[in-house]
Design a protein around this ligand. Sequence first.
Ligand SMILES: [Fe+2]
Ligand SMILES: [Fe+2]
Length: 474
Amino acid sequence: MSIDYNEKIPNNVNLSTDKTLQRALERWQPNYLQWWKEMGPEGSLDFDVYLRTAISADASGWAHFDYVKMPDYRWGIFLTPPEEGRLVNFGEHKGEPAWQEVPGEHRANLRRIVVTQGDTEPASVEQQKHLGLTCPSLYDLRNLFQVNVEEGRHLWAMVYLLQRYFGRDGREEAEALLQRRSGAADHPRILGAFNEPTPDWLSYFMFTYFTDRDGKFQLCALAESGFDPLARTTQFMLTEEAHHMFVGESGIARVIQRTCEAMREHQVEAPDQLRALGVIDFATLQRYLNFHYSVTLDLFGADQSSNAATFFSSGLKGRYDETKIQDDHVLKNDTYKILVLENDALVEKEVPALVSLNERLRDAFVKDSLRGVTRWNKVIERHGLPFRLHLPHKGFNRRIGALNAVRISPDGHVLSEPAWAANVHRWLPTDEDRAFVTSLMGRVIEPGKFANWIAPPANGIKGKPVDFEYVRFQ
Ligand SMILES: [Fe+2]
Ligand SMILES: [Fe+2]
């Protein structure tokens, strides 16, 4: 499955044999580039960036590394190779051959799934637009740009599905994806977390650790889809997502590392003393973590959802690791435990498995999120310091689902409104926290130099040294 880079739109779907589609995509392409120029990384059009580009879509497909100007990045359409004889593996169509065209009865739902996923991709580029101006190093700047071009490619992936499989309304949706804007009052992006600003690099690392991980779980669920083109498209997107989460996890680990070094070197631990040294204290880190984690939990949707049941039963969106689960994959007679409020206490309640699929995916995300937190705590432990970071309770600071109306502390206690109001400054970033973090953000672009608040990475990119010139400015 090598990718044809001789074409205007690189692809491994034999685009040249489908003239209608090719024309539709070639009409969309200049609008995409226009969007990139307006909403892509600020002031970056002439930079030469050491980027990876996919050369084929099989497991060995990554990657080719070279300097590229981002507007010239070879965005295109890459699907993992088809699997011979693949079936619909769950829901009411279980056992039927996987669909190669959109099943008419599920068309509206499928389009909605593709549009919702597609909308998050340009949204994150918009959210991160200004971060390059305050990068802590060339290495980090390059990673930001790599994530940005790949989110751009994820948009291409969803637009391919819309234009290839949904005709006229697919083309209209493809245009609309370029018109909504993250945070815009009159035409916002579809999902809440994608309208929040990503104003500083601490937020960015938290976003790529948690919110890109939501992306991973959504893509994993879609990679199980009975609609084969969607499954193959999202499968390939997952290889790109892994790097985004790496940027987040290693970024936070480096922030922690630097804070630990300052604590040991100066024998101080009070937040204001650490702030005076220009590093980020653990309490602030924990508040940023609490915020990004809880906002991301909401992305999974309501804990009981008839849409989630429909998407599953109709074979469109599976569970995480669907084909590895040992059960009937129909779930008509199964139950699942969700959290509800009863007499002012949180209790587990068994509800039909089909309506609680959002919650199940959220629970898988929680488990996965924990692993990085454990590795972060190892960094602190290695420095002999007693502090530990924690994931807050699943019900903390929620806006969507049954827990939306309940105030819950990070350790899982149900609170009165006054108790919440009296403590929230300890749990979520305050204006003062944000102002402090903002005050640290300066632009460091000398090769091998790093901002004071973050440690250098252990390794550079693709065997290059840490002080390699990852971005060249014109
Ligand atoms: Fe993405
Ligand atoms: Fe991503």
